[in-house]
Ligand binder design. Structure first.
Ligand SMILES: Nc1ncnc2c1ncn2[C@@H]1O[C@H](COP(=O)(O)OP(=O)(O)OP(=O)(O)O)[C@@H](O)[C@H]1O
Length: 261
C-alpha cells in the first residue's frame, strides 16, 4: 500500500470557542487525489487550511512519514505545498510576475523562474496572457494562472478549495479534464475540496465525506457511491449519481490515476 505523504491524528480545531473539526485519523496517500465533500459548514475549508498549516489545529501531524513539530516547522513545510482557492487571489502585477514570484521566494534565479513560468503558462493554455495585468482576467483565465502559479513550485501536496466553483460549465469541464495529467506531471498529491459530487468521478482516487466536522466515510468513489455509510452520504450521492448517469458517465468511476486500496 502507498504510504501516506501527509497524516493527521487527533485533529481538533476550535474556532471562536466552538469545535469545528474532530477527526481521529486522516491519511493522504502519496500521489492520490483525495476529494473532500460535505454539506455547507461541514468543515471542508477548515480541514484544508488545517492540513495546509494555515490554521492552528491541534493534531499529531506527519509529512513524508516524519512527525512534524508545530508550529516551529510549519513555514519550511509550507514551501512544499501550494493552495488554490475558489477566488484566485492573484497579485496586483502581470500574469508572468505572478508565476515568477513564488519561485523567487524559494530562491530560484530570475532567468530560470521566468522560463519555468512561461512553460507552465503554456501548459495551462494561457501563455498569450503573460504580459496582461492579472486583475483584468476573466474568472477562468485567472484560475488557470492560479494553477500555473501553484504547480510551478512543484509542490508535493496541492490543496484546492472549490477551485472551479465559480467557473462556467465548459471551462470547469476543461480544467477537470486537464487536472489529473497536470498533477501527474509534477508528481503532486492533491486534496480537492468540493461540495459538488459531480466533480469527483473525473478526478478523485478517494473521497472523504465530512459532516459536522467529523469524517463520516472515506473510500474510493465506487465504495462511496455504491455503499454510502448512512443516510447523509446516501442523500449526498443520490442526486449527483443521477446527474452523472444522465450525462452518460459512471458515477463510481474515479480517475484511476493512482488506484489505491
Ligand atoms: N473565520 C471563522 N471563524 C469562526 N468560525 C468559522 C470561521 N470560518 C468558518 N467557521 C465555522 O467553521 C465551521 C466549518 O466551516 P467551513 O468553512 O470549514 O465549512 P465548509 O464545509 O468549507 O463550508 P462551505 O461548503 O459553506 O464552504 C462552520 O460552522 C463555520 O461557521
Amino acid at each position: 500500500m502507498t504510504p501516506p505523504i501527509l497524516a493527521a491524528y487527533g485533529l481538533r480545531l476550535v474556532r471562536e470557542g466552538r469545535a469545528v473539526l474532530d477527526i481521529p485519523s486522516l491519511e493522504v496517500r502519496e500521489g492520490e487525489v483525495l476529494a473532500v465533500i460535505g454539506p455547507n459548514g461541514a468543515g471542508k475549508t477548515s480541514l484544508l487550511l488545517s492540513l495546509a498549516l494555515l490554521l492552528p489545529a491541534e493534531m499529531d501531524y506527519r509529512f513524508g512519514g516524519r512527525p512534524v513539530r508545530l508550529p516551529q516547522e510549519s513555514l519550511a513545510l509550507r514551501r512544499q505545498m501550494a493552495v488554490v482557492f475558489q477566488e484566485p487571489l492573484l497579485l496586483d502585477t502581470t500574469v508572468l510576475e505572478n508565476v515568477v514570484l513564488p519561485q523567487r521566494l524559494r530562491g530560484v534565479p530570475r532567468a530560470e523562474a521566468r522560463s519555468r513560468a512561461e512553460e507552465w503558462l503554456e501548459r495551462l493554455g494561457v501563455s498569450h496572457l503573460a504580459r496582461r495585468h492579472a486583475h483584468g482576467l476573466s474568472g477562468g483565465e485567472a484560475q488557470r494562472v492560479s494553477l500555473a502559479r501553484a504547480l510551478v513550485t512543484r509542490p508535493r501536496v496541492l490543496f484546492l478549495d472549490e477551485p472551479f466553483a465559480s467557473l462556467d460549465v465548459v471551462t470547469r469541464g476543461d480544467l477537470l479534464r486537464d487536472l489529473p495529467a497536470l498533477l501527474r506531471a509534477v508528481g503532486a498529491t492533491a486534496l480537492f475540496v468540493t461540495h459538488d459530487f459531480t466533480e469527483i468521478p473525473p478526478i478523485a482516487d478517494r473521497v472523504a465525506v465530512l459532516s459536522g466536522g467529523r469524517l463520516v466515510q472515506i473510500g474510493t468513489p465506487r465504495e462511496v457511491f455504491t455503499r454510502p455509510a448512512g443516510e447523509l452520504v446516501s442523500r449526498l450521492v443520490r442526486h449527483a449519481a443521477d446527474l452523472v448517469r444522465a450525462l452518460g458517465g459512471d458515477p463510481a468511476h474515479g480517475s484511476g490515476a493512482a488506484e489505491v486500496h
